[in-house]
Design a protein around this ligand. Structure first.
Ligand code: SF4
Ligand code: SF4
Ligand code: SF4
Length: 187
């Protein structure tokens, strides 16, 4: 129960941790602040979810989230607080593997949580056109040392497969959407 008479359809491209974070952001905005379980507890839940989505989560965070969610549910004054943590408890219950991937492997299986994502150029697909390098807003892409290949498999003379410097990349995604031959992926 997320609070209204609507239904939202999601698929494997939705991250359930990110979904819980979205709802908790909404709840924090809506909380009137009269009682502390809802006023403070929901903000602490949001802090934990943000930490997990930022790739800094640890297994204990899941236990803390469950305990805190139940405290908020059982001690808030009105229905908003009493139902506020449903998205957390239900996503942990129904999609435990997604939470575990975040806190144990620091991976987001749906590739939604930006800080856990890495953009990567496939050297055997890159034709070395340089489009991504020209469009990268932070200069994170440059020609590498491996020869670029044409789509027919032949070496593209004088061109090199490009590479992304993960330290510079701000994960804007423009290279992925801009590469016309699909040589860029995220993982
Ligand atoms: S549970 Fe209700 S009364 Fe308490 S802070 Fe939240 S909205 Fe206000
Ligand atoms: S990754 Fe794509 S856009 Fe970038 S140089 Fe290679 S082929 Fe061109
Ligand atoms: S995701 Fe954005 S910042 Fe990162 S390499 Fe691609 S264009 Fe540059």
């Amino acid at each position: 129960m997320m609070g209204s008479g609507g239904a939202i359809v999601m698929d494997e491209d939705n991250c359930m941790v990110d979904v819980a974070k979205f709802y908790m952001t909404f709840i924090c905005d809506e909380s009137c602040g009269k009682c502390s379980p809802c006023r403070i507890g929901t903000k602490r839940c949001l802090d934990i979810l943000t930490k997990i989505c930022d790739g800094k989560g640890e297994p204990q965070d899941l236990e803390d989230l469950k305990e805190l969610s139940n405290v908020i549910r059982n001690n808030s004054l009105c229905a908003l607080g009493q139902t506020a943590t449903n998205p957390i408890l239900s996503t942990i219950k129904a999609f435990p593997e997604e939470y575990e991937a975040h806190v144990k492997d620091h991976k987001c299986p749906a590739h939604v949580c930006k800080n856990m994502m890495e953009y990567f150029i496939l050297p055997n697909k890159c034709i070395g056109c340089g489009l991504c390098m020209r469009n990268c807003p932070v200069g994170a892409i440059a020609p590498g040392t491996e020869p670029a290949h044409l789509p027919n498999g032949n070496v593209n003379p004088g061109k090199f497969a490009h590479v992304i410097d993960p330290k510079k990349c701000v994960k804007c995604g423009s290279c992925l959407s801009g590469c016309r031959i699909g040589a860029i992926t995220k993982r």
